[in-house]
Design a protein around this ligand. Structure first.
Ligand SMILES: Nc1nc2c(c(=O)[nH]1)N[C@H]1C(S)=C(S)[C@@H](COP(=O)(O)O)O[C@H]1N2
Ligand SMILES: [Mo]
Length: 235
């Protein structure tokens, strides 16, 4: 497929599987990855016991906001920032910061559910809804899937249907302040109905595909969908 040919920037799953991870991913926290892979093998934290109404099974509420990443927190200035939307779309987008600011902005409150079992309630995000991106890029009918690529080399995949959820945001602010670098600023994805690994920090590219393509954690034992209410932690 044409989309596959130009893929020299380190987000090829085959390359990652072969251990030939170029760029920032060459410096990822191997130990952290090994531990999380082990959890997937052991099915750790699977309880099957539903918690309170708002808390998905096996989760506990925290008041702080932990930082989780692969050990690289890329510095992306708003001057250098761009978002590419490409693949199987009628109208590929290449947005700079001004173009992104010119899109309609919404503020939505949602809960975070991380697969490492913490949940954080009532996060007030401001940014651009997925609907605004879909409206402008116009994915082709066969584009049933997409992959997010981030500045640290991270990738994660979702279906087009999930990306179309009305609460999906490309967030640039949290609680009225610019999203911090450690939490994925200038812009990260927020997909509150799924475990937080689906919410790519430092997002730089949204690529529409005809076939599903597992991302970084999806290739390492984590569930392809990741619905916390169904406790879809591991594959
Ligand atoms: N680019 C990028 N996005 C990422 C990750 C990452 O390592 N790189 N980690 C994911 C995981 S596993 C989690 S739990 C959340 C953590 O977000 P936080 O640090 O803002 O809490 O980001 C997700 N998005
Ligand atoms: Mo995570």
């Amino acid at each position: 497929m044409a989309e596959d040919v130009d893929d020299k920037d380190g987000d090829r799953p085959e390359a990652a599987a072969a251990g030939e991870i170029p760029g920032p991913l060459g410096r990822i926290k191997d130990k952290l990855i090994a531990t999380k892979e082990k959890w997937a093998r052991e099915g750790r934290l699977l309880t099957g016991v539903p918690g309170r109404d708002r808390l998905p099974p096996g989760q506990r509420q925290v008041r702080n906001w932990p930082v989780l990443d692969l050990g690289v927190q890329p510095l992306v200035t708003t001057a250098a920032w761009r978002l590419q939307v490409d693949g199987l779309v009628e109208n590929p987008l290449d947005l700079d910061w001004a173009a992104f600011q010119a899109l309609p902005q919404d503020t939505l409150v949602s809960d975070i559910h991380c697969v490492t079992a913490w949940s954080r309630y009532d996060n007030r995000w401001t940014g651009v809804r997925s609907a605004e991106i879909l409206k402008r890029a116009r994915p082709k009918p066969e584009a049933g899937f997409l992959v997010f690529t981030s500045h640290d080399g991270y990738t994660t995949n979702v279906t087009r249907e999930i990306f179309s959820d009305p609460d999906v945001l490309l967030a640039q602010a949290w609680e009225g302040e610019p999203l911090s670098r450690e939490h994925g600023g200038p812009v990260r994805v927020i997909m509150p109905r799924y475990y937080f690994w689906k919410s790519a920090k430092w997002v730089r590219r949204i690529r529409f595909l005809a076939a599903d393509r597992p991302g970084f954690w999806e290739e390492r034992g984590y569930h392809n969908t990741g619905d916390p209410w169904k406790e879809e932690r591991y594959s």
